[in-house]
Design a protein around this ligand. Structure first.
Ligand SMILES: Cc1cc2nc3c(=O)[nH]c(=O)nc-3n(C[C@H](O)[C@H](O)[C@H](O)COP(=O)(O)O)c2cc1C
Length: 305
């Protein structure tokens, strides 16, 4: 009835609803709640070369309309992923994207090379925007030269679809989008969390062990939407928008602003079926408005005066 599909390069997605890294595990954690294969794609937990324990507790704090986290890329590393996780998720009939992270450019390159060999992983999302790690992460995504260097190096080593995830913690997001596009990214995803902090006044100390952490959820949506709109107008490659998408209407705002697809993050913690409900809501909206293809609404506000 309605064609919800879109493509990044030669990679087809059956619909524009993906789940955001770090908020959906590897997929099986949600099997009891929804049919993961119905999603356009899942971006699995941030993966590093070596296992990481993450930061000390407390590493989550609630804030008005948002959540601060400082998980710090806790994961079991690429060897464990390859041996134990990959076989259990490669049967999903959806695009599985691995979110890759490192402290050095070579870490990203080695990870990308390893993932290049996994047949059922058609894309990586280069996370140059994690605010919760001591080395690497956001440091790459908040310096133009570093963003250029890491994207160039991974592009040279990785032949499948390369998505680069940008940090909102910069003055001019468009500069970063243009640099990663120039260096061969096939798509840009944004935004990662916004650096924030919270203090427990009773205990008279920071709410997070790391003092600062990444803010996600409804509180960041207007900032995310503004950045997605700016980036979508500035680049030719498809943009994947995220940041505070809780409802169908939120997702539609990102599509109308120019995102070809969306990722659902914090919403899945509140309602594990949020992604599927949003997918169904988008389809219903298109039917009601009389559109037959999702691409008719992508960037709609930029085409109308
Ligand atoms: C608990 C938690 C863990 C996250 N882990 C990652 C991660 O490993 N890699 C990454 O690129 N983003 C990570 N993110 C950021 C999300 O993917 C997303 O960019 C951000 O939360 C904004 O979207 P939202 O407001 O819909 O949650 C994490 C977010 C949360 C809340």
């Amino acid at each position: 009835m309605v064609n919800l599909g879109f493509s990044i390069g030669d990679l087809h997605f059956k619909n524009p609803v993906l789940t955001a890294s770090g908020t959906f595990g590897y997929g099986p954690e949600f099997d009891d709640f929804l049919d993961v294969s119905r999603l356009g794609g899942i971006v699995v937990k941030g993966t590093t070369l070596e296992p990481r324990e993450g930061n000390l507790y407390p590493r989550m704090a609630e804030t008005p309309s948002g959540m601060l986290n400082a998980v710090g890329l806790q994961n079991k590393g690429i060897d464990y992923f390859e041996k134990n996780i990959y076989p259990s998720i490669s049967g999903y009939d959806t695009n599985i994207i691995v979110n890759i992270n490192g402290s050095y450019v070579d870490d990203y390159v080695t990870l990308a090379e390893r993932i290049n060999t996994l047949d059922k992983i058609p894309a990586v999302e280069l996370n140059i925007s994690c605010p919760n790690v001591k080395m690497g992460g956001m440091a790459f995504g908040t310096n133009l030269d570093s963003a250029r260097e890491v994207t160039r190096a991974v592009r040279a080593a990785y032949s499948k679809i390369l998505i680069v995830k940008l940090s909102p913690n910069v003055t001019n997001i468009v500069d970063f989008a243009k640099v990663v596009e120039e260096e061969g990214a096939d798509s840009i995803s944004l935004i990662n969390t916004i650096l924030g902090m919270s203090i427990d006044v009773e205990k008279m100390r920071p709410a997070l062990s790391t003092i600062t952490g990444g803010l996600s959820g409804p509180a960041i949506k207007p900032v995310a939407l503004r950045m997605v709109w700016q980036v979508a107008k500035a680049v030719k490659i498809p943009v994947i928008g995220m940041g505070g998408i809780m409802t169908t209407s939120d997702a539609l705002e990102f599509l109308l602003a120019g995102a070809s697809a969306v990722q659902i993050g914090t919403a899945s913690f509140i309602d594990p079926q949020a992604s599927i409900k949003i997918l169904e809501g988008i389809e219903k909206y298109l039917i009601e408005k009389g559109f037959s293809e999702i691409k008719e609404i992508v960037g709609y506000i930029n085409r109308t005066k």
